[in-house]
Design a protein around this ligand. Structure first.
Ligand code: SAM
Ligand code: GLN
Length: 291
C-alpha cells in the first residue's frame, strides 16, 4: 500500500463520524505528526510504500479517533505559535484563538528591552513559552494548580530550551499570592466555559479534556477574572497590563471588573471568528501624565 492510499483509507474511516472537513484536517494532522516531515517532503513520498512503523501507528490511532479522542492526545503533541508542544489527557490542548492573544502581546511588546510576564493557568505552557520565544528580553513565569500541567509545561520548556519559572498555585486562594513578585504583564486564559454551556460542547472536549481547565459555575462565571485582577492590583508595576482570554458573552462584564480594580485603557478584541474573545487593561492608567 502507498502512503496516499493509507491517507485515503484513514479519511474514509473518519468520514461517517466527522464529516468531510474535520476528517480531512484530522487525517492531515495525524500523518504530519506521525511522519514528522515537512509538507513538501511528504508530497514526494505519496506514491512510496508505507513504512511498517507508520502503518502500525496509524492503525493504533484509528479506534481512538473514532472514540472521539482528540487527535492531539492520540499523537501526544500539537503546534502552537510555531512551537511543538507535548500534550496529554489532563492538560488542555491549546486553541488557535489563544495564538491571537499571544500575537497581540508580541505586537505591542516586541521592542521592550525588559519585560516581566506571568501566565496564570499555563496548562501546557503554550502562552508562557510562546511569549518567551518571541520576546527575547522577557523574563517569563507561569503558574497552574495542576501537577500534570506543570509537569507537561516543564517538559515543553526543556524540549524547546526555553527558560521559564514554574509555580504551583491555586489562584482562587489568596494565601498563594505571596509566592509571586511584580510583573509588567499578567496574562491568563482561565477556565471560562459555564457549566450550562456543556450541552453545546463536543464529546472530544467533554470526554477527554480536563473539566477543571474549562468549566466555571454559572453562579460565579467570572471568579477567575475577579481574583486575578485583585491579585494584579498588588503584583503589577506601574502601568503594568493584564491580558485575558474570555467567554464571548462576558466582555462587558470583564471590562467592568477592570474598571472596578483601577485599570484604564481597557480594550476588547475579537477573535478570528468575530467573537469578543480578549480583554486587556493598563493598571493605574488614569493617574498617569499623558505627556
Ligand atoms: N494557558 C493554557 C492555554 O491557553 O492553552 C491553558 C488554559 S486552561 C483554559 C486553564 C488552566 O487553568 C488549566 O491549565 C487549569 O489547570 C488551570 N487552573 C484551573 N483552576 C486553577 C486555579 N484555581 N489556580 C490556578 N490555575 C488553575
Ligand atoms: N475555548 C475553549 C473551548 O471552547 C475554552 C477555553 C477556556 O475555558 N479558557 O473549549
Amino acid at each position: 500500500m502507498t502512503n496516499s492510499q493509507l491517507e485515503k483509507q484513514v479519511y474514509e474511516k473518519l468520514l461517517p463520524v466527522y464529516g468531510h472537513n474535520e476528517s480531512l484536517s484530522m487525517q492531515r494532522f495525524l500523518f504530519s505528526a506521525l511522519h514528522g516531515k515537512q509538507n513538501h517532503e511528504w508530497l514526494l513520498l505519496r506514491n512510496s510504500e508505507v513504512s511498517e512503523t507508520l502503518k502500525t501507528r496509524v492503525e493504533t490511532a484509528i479506534p481512538l479517533l473514532l472514540n472521539h479522542m482528540p487527535v492531539q492526545y492520540v499523537v501526544g503533541k500539537t503546534w502552537f505559535y510555531d512551537l511543538e508542544l507535548s500534550v496529554e489527557p489532563g492538560v488542555l490542548i491549546p486553541r488557535p484563538e489563544t495564538e491571537e492573544l499571544v500575537r497581540a502581546i508580541v505586537l505591542k511588546h516586541h521592542l521592550d528591552k525588559s519585560v516581566e510576564i506571568l501566565d496564570i493557568g499555563t496548562g501546557s505552557g503554550a502562552i508562557a513559552l510562546s511569549l518567551c520565544s518571541q520576546l527575547p528580553f522577557a523574563k517569563v513565569s507561569a503558574a497552574d494548580i495542576s501537577d500534570i500541567a506543570l509537569t507537561v509545561a516543564a517538559k515543553n520548556a526543556l524540549n524547546l530550551k526555553l527558560d521559564i519559572n514554574l509555580y504551583k498555585a491555586d489562584f482562587l486562594n489568596e494565601e498563594a499570592y505571596s509566592l509571586f513578585g511584580k510583573y509588567n504583564i499578567i496574562v491568563s486564559n482561565p477556565p471560562y466555559v459555564k457549566e450550562s454551556e456543556k450541552q453545546f460542547m463536543l464529546p472530544n472536549v467533554l470526554d477527554y479534556e480536563p473539566f477543571e481547565a474549562l468549566f466555571v459555575p454559572d453562579s460565579d462565571p467570572l471568579v477567575f477574572y475577579r481574583k486575578i485582577l485583585a491579585f494584579a492590583s498588588s503584583h503589577l508595576y506601574e502601568r503594568g497590563e493584564v491580558w485575558f482570554e474570555i467567554n464571548e458573552s462576558e466582555a462587558v462584564n470583564v471590562a467592568r471588573l477592570f474598571t472596578d480594580n483601577g485599570f484604564g485603557n481597557i480594550r476588547i478584541y475579537n477573535d478570528f471568528k468575530g467573537k469578543e474573545r480578549f480583554v486587556s487593561g493598563v493598571f493605574n492608567f488614569g493617574d498617569q501624565d499623558y505627556a
